[in-house]
Design a protein around this ligand. Structure first.
Ligand code: COA
Ligand code: ZN
Length: 303
């Protein structure tokens, strides 16, 4: 099996993770979480989103969060933007890396951002041009790349065409998202093998939710197809408020642990992640889905 020696992990907990928490998490807690993640060796994270506060109230303090965190020179802080207005807000707040999102499935996109898929793609063309002019890093998410909560399985052809179109615009990174965590390892391998065959100029990242517990298997499948960048969420937090049934992301600590066990470097310190987990636990009433902290609880009990 040919595997990479090094993998890049993108922490999406502060955005994808927290956006699905119903109870408002105080701004200082979000800041504490990000500051703690700064100490783990992670180099990239989605820190907030500039979406409508009515639709996602949890993200209404994006500005205060970005102003309050310690900006480590070693970390790239990204903000999700759903439309041109979100992009404007991100720039007003000094954001240097934006995370655009369009659903491969039209129904999901309408539910998520109230525009057809084509409208979103067209609106973002101008955003991408402006971002390139201003040397803003452009991460472009293709949500529901495998399955849609409303339409079912998404055709690979649709995703491949989007990858080509978005890549031709000159973006820095394209993120292939299993938004509802419904893909299996075979489907994951097949899609990434075809994406790799296109040879995009943009870096490719996989964003795989863990609804059926397949996320680690899907990550391995993607790794074998040459993917070396993965979105994960501390504690396995997360889900999309506009994708019914979606569970959290692959847990950062589990993914990092698995990769290290396989001899793959991430630059992330597991012990530092464990400290961050202590900050995460009180932020949610839900039991964290990550395994690592449970295994340790179990080992501690046996001693
Ligand atoms: N942030 C804040 N306000 C926004 C905004 C944004 N990104 N985009 C639009 N608005 C404001 C407009 O200025 C307008 O304000 P006004 O009534 O004071 O004039 C109002 O919202 C309506 O604008 P419109 O363009 O019609 O927005 P919409 O109601 O169709 O909502 C989104 C579109 C994208 C803003 C909304 O659907 C949204 O925030 N979705 C959240 C998506 C999300 O977070 N998904 C999970 C992550 S993938
Ligand atoms: Zn997600």
């Amino acid at each position: 099996m040919t595997l990479p020696l090094k993998v890049n992990i993108v922490e999406v907990g502060p955005r994808d993770g927290l956006q699905n928490e119903a109870e408002f998490i105080p701004t200082d807690k979000k800041i504490e979480l990000i500051n703690s993640l700064n100490q783990t060796g992670l180099k990239r994270m989605e820190a907030a989103s500039f979406v409508h506060p009515l639709y996602v109230p949890q993200m209404k303090d994006a500005r205060a969060v970005l102003q309050g965190i310690e900006h480590s020179p070693d970390v790239q802080y990204m903000a999700l933007v759903p439309n041109a207005k979100g992009y404007e807000r991100a720039l007003e707040n000094g954001v240097k890396a934006v995370s655009l999102v369009v659903g491969a499935s039209d129904s999901f996109n309408r539910n998520n951002v109230k525009m057809s898929r084509e409208e979103s793609l067209r609106n973002f063309e101008a955003v991408v041009k402006d971002a390139r002019k201003n040397q803003i890093f452009i991460r472009y998410n293709i949500a529901t790349s495998f399955w849609c909560p409303f339409e079912g399985r998404v055709e690979e052809k649709a995703v491949l065409e989007m990858v080509q179109e978005i890549d031709s615009q000159g973006v820095d990174e394209i993120v292939i998202c299993d938004t509802i965590g419904r893909a299996n390892p075979k489907q994951t391998a097949e899609l990434f093998s075809q994406i790799t065959a296109i040879g995009p100029r943009a870096a490719i990242t996989a964003h795989l939710h863990d609804t059926y517990g397949f996320a680690l298997a899907n990550i391995l499948a993607a790794l074998k197809e040459g993917v070396t960048s993965f979105d994960t969420s501390i504690g396995g937090l997360g889900g999309c408020p506009f994708a019914p049934g979606a569970a959290g992301n692959a847990a950062t600590e589990d993914v990092v642990f698995m990769l290290h066990e396989m001899g793959i470097e991430t630059g992330i310190d597991i012990d530092a992640l464990k400290q961050t987990l202590e900050i995460v636990k009180p932020l949610t009433k839900r039991e964290l889905t990550g395994r690592l902290h449970k295994v340790q609880a179990c080992a501690a009990a046996a001693n």
